[in-house]
Design a protein around this ligand. Structure first.
Ligand SMILES: NC(=O)C1=CN([C@@H]2O[C@H](COP(=O)(O)OP(=O)(O)OC[C@H]3O[C@@H](n4cnc5c(N)ncnc54)[C@H](OP(=O)(O)O)[C@@H]3O)[C@@H](O)[C@H]2O)C=CC1
Ligand SMILES: O=C(O)[C@@H]1CCC=N1
Length: 251
């Protein structure tokens, strides 16, 4: 909607309450509390409920679809861990289904999204989804096995980055800088560092070395981060979220 690729008036969002629907209304999207209305009016349907909702559902009933999901519909799930196999078991046979893992910065069109397609979804559905989601940022089709890893790296990863941003700013506050300024500078530091990786194509280790003046400030700071095992801790975090995503997929 933000990119202009989809007209807000052509979007119909459904949820039991108005908790999240207000944001859709503000954008000019239509809303309902009746899921089957979405199936009636829309051919591309995103399932964005919590993964736990899929657990224990009887086969072929993930979508209350009287009488079934029509053959021209494309169903896209964003639920962490919920596999294509589970989705295909839950949906009527022959349903074109794709599985996506987005991350929060999609809302500012700087997201990182990967997706994989089910056995009945072809090139056409993959191209449609890629075209829609490319407006949210980087969007790649990958083997399904990468989706849980992407969840640990990026879906959840933005939260680790926020924690790091908060810690950077807190360090500056400790040293006497006002919090609002420290937060803005911490965010710009992350943005600039990320842009350098993407624009130069350099490995982060090379760029990090470039910042380290011999005997200077950075190497003293990096020594502290190594003593705190920052790298091993972050690797453990990615692993923990990936393992959890795999658990969420178990029925
Ligand atoms: N948060 C994130 O950064 C990311 C989340 N995800 C995935 O997105 C999904 C949603 O997570 P999140 O946005 O955090 O959770 P939210 O609770 O904000 O959103 C879930 C929505 O599902 C609605 N809902 C619940 N039951 C039904 C139902 N039977 N039919 C239709 N809608 C229903 C809820 O309605 P109501 O508003 O009435 O409660 C709510 O609006 C999860 O599967 C998660 O794994 C994936 C990537 C990133
Ligand atoms: O925490 C979660 O389970 C979801 C999936 C990725 C980001 N948030």
């Amino acid at each position: 909607v933000f990119s202009g690729k989809v007209k807000a008036a052509n979007v119909l969002a459904s949820a039991p309450s108005d908790r999240n629907l207000g944001a859709f209304k503000e954008l000019g999207c239509k809303t309902t509390h009746c899921n089957s209305e979405v199936l009636q009016h829309c051919t591309v349907v995103f399932l964005a409920t919590k993964p736990s909702l899929y657990r224990g559902l009887p086969r072929h009933q993930a979508v209350p679809a009287p009488p079934a999901v029509p053959r021209d519909h494309v169903i896209v799930s964003v639920a962490a861990g919920v596999t294509l196999q589970i989705l295909e078991e839950l949906l009527p046979a022959g349903t074109k289904v794709l599985r996506v893992m987005p991350n929060l910065p999609c809302v500012v069109q700087e997201g990182a999204v990967v997706f994989a397609r089910g056995s009945c979804a072809g090139e056409q559905e993959a191209a449609l989804l890629k075209s829609l989601l490319s407006s949210c940022g980087l969007c790649e089709e990958t083997p399904e096995s990468y989706i849980d890893i992407h969840t640990g790296l990026s879906g959840s990863g933005v939260a680790y980055v926020y924690l790091f941003a908060e810690a950077l700013a807190d360090g500056a506050v400790k040293m006497g800088m006002p919090s609002a300024l420290a937060n803005r500078i911490a965010a710009q530091t992350l943005l600039g560092a990320a842009k350098m990786i993407l624009d130069t194509g350099e490995h982060p280790a090379k760029l990090r070395t470039d910042v380290c003046t011999p005997g200077g400030t950075t190497i003293h700071a990096l020594h502290e981060l190594e003593k705190g095992a920052l790298r091993a801790t972050v690797m453990n975090a990615v692993e923990a979220a990936t393992v959890r995503a795999r658990e969420l997929g178990k029925r």
